[in-house]
Design a protein around this ligand. Structure first.
Ligand SMILES: [Fe+2]
Length: 165
């Protein structure tokens, strides 16, 4: 979480924004990241989260959704923070910057090392929207290349920005 927040601080220096919602989302997005599969499944059931067949195969994917539900239950976080945490891995058709900033910081924090990460970091210093779009695109391209599942929320995020072009 520390490195994600550090990246947020880098962006903050450039854009001069003060997004308390993003800071809260970053603080809470991975609180359950280290738990095990049984935990993810039981908590998802507890919160009434519909578990997809992809999540059944990889319950870790549920960690953001569970964290969002927990933060809402415990701290009554608003919908912007809730969505940012809920979809921090997949992306979403966000209509505000909080979710985009959350996803950018999580995807590009300095301990991440994947092909093209430096290019995406450069883009993240040029504009939030463009960086967000490129990261979503990259997630899809990566999944195709590696023959991994593409989460429906990621496809939705992609379609959402394509529809605005
Ligand atoms: Fe996460």
């Amino acid at each position: 979480m520390e490195s994600v927040y550090d990246y947020y601080k880098e962006l903050k220096k450039i854009y001069n924004f003060d997004n308390d919602y993003a800071e809260t989302a970053i603080w809470g997005h991975d609180i359950f990241r280290e738990k095990d599969d049984d935990f993810f499944i039981s908590q998802a059931e507890k919160y009434g989260i519909e578990i997809s067949y992809i999540e059944k195969k990889s319950p870790l994917l549920l960690h953001g959704k569970i964290a969002a539900e927990y933060l809402k239950e415990k701290y009554s976080v608003n919908s912007e923070i809730y969505e940012a945490v809920y979809y921090h891995t997949s992306g979403y058709k966000f209509d505000n910057d909080t979710g985009k900033i959350m996803l950018i910081c999580d995807a590009l924090e300095r301990t991440r090392d994947f092909e093209g990460v430096e290019y995406l970091r450069e883009k993240s210093f040029k504009g939030i929207n463009i960086a967000y779009k490129l990261i979503v695109k990259n997630k899809i391209e990566y999944a195709l290349k590696k023959q991994l599942f593409i989460l429906p929320e990621t496809v939705e995020a992609y379609n959402n920005y394509i529809s605005k072009i």
